[in-house]
Ligand binder design. Sequence first.
Ligand code: ZN
Length: 451
Amino acid sequence: MTGRLLTLPAALALVAVSASCRVDRSPLNVVVVTLDTTRADRLTPYGYLDASMPALERLAREGAVFQRAYTIVPLTLPAHTSLFTGLSPVSHGVHDNADAALDGQFDTLAEVLRGSGYQTAAFVASAVLDPDRGLAQGFDRYQDTGVTELGRHRSQRRGDEVINDAIAWLEHADQRPFLLWTHLYDAHQPYEPPEPFASQIGNRYIAEIAFADAQLHRLLDALDRRGLAGRTVVVVLADHGESLGERGERDHGIFLYDNVLQIPLLIRAPGVAASRITAIARIIDVMPTILELTGQPARHGDGRSLSPLMRGGDDHREAYAESLYPRRIGWSALASVRDDRFKFIEAPKPELYDLDNDPFELNNIAGARAATVEAMRRRLEAIASASTAASTPAPVSKELRERLAALGYTTSSGAGTARNRDLPDPKDCIAAMAAAALDDTARTHARMPCR
Ligand SMILES: [Zn+2]
């Protein structure tokens, strides 16, 4: 038998192992990459076949792929605000790109991690996420889109610039754990993919995504080169998808169908096995997941950690979503809730889809399933009344209105946030927007005609 006493070299080896274990228990780094306007079903790890996306494919091999992940608002600012607070817009009050910035009373992921000794940096690519829009809270460095050679504020910038800055920051980061957020806006309109992607891929939207993937690849390489990959939680997700003309919607922001609500979500982390997860995951669940993976105490919020799912457990959620933006142009707001089988969209003409039998939401069965409609409407009202904050939109300044108009977003100050059934149903009006979209300046009109 080997006996219980250790030889001296064995004991020293054990001490060395304990010491290295102690080092390994230092908090994990966190990298969050948001791919703006990126539909899950246009990515190769989600079954898209007509392109190559090596970085996303690598993450899918090395981490958890959430096959049914959903955003909560199909607009950049509210979606990112929910991502970084773990709160529904009903709670944090940012429903629209033109709403008042996130109030300082709310704790962001960056504030929580910085409070635990993390260094924090963000590199964003759209003026929608300018530092005064609320998400700079908690970041030591928050790099916005910058200015042109003529000194004008830029509305957006390319992903290679964003990643250049992020890698340069990484090279000079100190030994403390870090939170790094990079935002890639390339897949947003207008689709202007750089070469060689434009020539290699016929579809300009897909080419933009492939370009963003190449930038993600550079970031993952930078983590590898610095020996950080095994000590870093990497979370890649979209803020929302893109309609690509389906149902008459050119891009995103009005409707709540899955072409804009379903998002890619991939999480690679030490100790997390590669897996495909089919349970519902929500953008509000990402912050609690990161806090759990980094050993932070759980916090009160609207989301909950996805870790049980990544450990192979079962955990059912319902997913809320809303679009109040249509009210700003004189149409009814929309809200939706889904469970494992049904999705209900509250609208002047309500919609119910049986996702098991109708995954593309083509057959509205609201008229035939009155009891299910009523039950889901009550769930929606319960979620909407669970507000933890007054959400009165502040007037939109002229300067902000101009910034958003440059990105194609209509704003009108003073629009309320309540759903209003006296207003027309967006599905009856979308053709008017499609016509107006032919002329981008028309989109800056405060009200959009219906029909
Ligand atoms: Zn966006």
